[in-house]
Design a protein around this ligand. Sequence first.
Ligand code: SAM
Length: 219
Amino acid sequence: MRLRNVPGAREDLADFEREFDWDSLKDKPVKWGDVFGNTDPIMIEIGMGKGGFLTRLAMCSKGTNLIGIEKFSSVLIRAVQKIEQLENAGEDLSNIRLIRMDAENIDKVFGEKEIDRIYLNFSDPWPKDRHAKRRLTSRQFLGRYQRILKDGGDIIFKTDNKDLFDFSLEEAKASGWELLHITYDLGDSDPSNIMTEYEERFRSINKPICRMIIKKPSD
Ligand code: SAM
């Protein structure tokens, strides 16, 4: 959907002062600790969609700075609206920032070892072989993540797509990441699991959810 077709989109984006975009960041990089005004750990979700996961995470992760990254304005605006709705209902989501950008520039927007954790939730599978580099778990992306993650930093990746999951596992192994956790059927085994919008949809049709946690290789 085009941004101009989303009712109120332009006004909402203009009013929401915690949203950044690639066009401004590429000319004027920021130190994210300064943006938040503290030294708390920074976690990012790449491809956050409508922000369900990020807002739920924010509500149970005080003392953590959260940044949601999304390529499309038409989707990002839904996250803005969700944040505003929850804040109007009294929730404190002051630890959230959003960036509208393509994740391929991720290592130009964050400094070396600036990030504690990356969440990848139900990333687009890009099933054609010739598009493998675009998958957010390809070795090209893992290389970018390696630069911005702190030593000991990790990635938590969930998907319903077994082919993408197996591909990601191979890419992580080939790039030297340490596998800390793997399941092909998360089920209800982890009470601390935070649901995403896509996850709710897949669970409602009994599709198993795969999850891995991988740790950045040491330098
Ligand atoms: N994470 C959400 C969830 O689990 O409900 C949304 C999943 S949806 C399948 C994938 C999202 O990632 C879409 O909103 C898409 O626009 C975004 N996305 C895909 N490639 C991206 C990229 N290279 N940079 C930033 N966002 C991207």
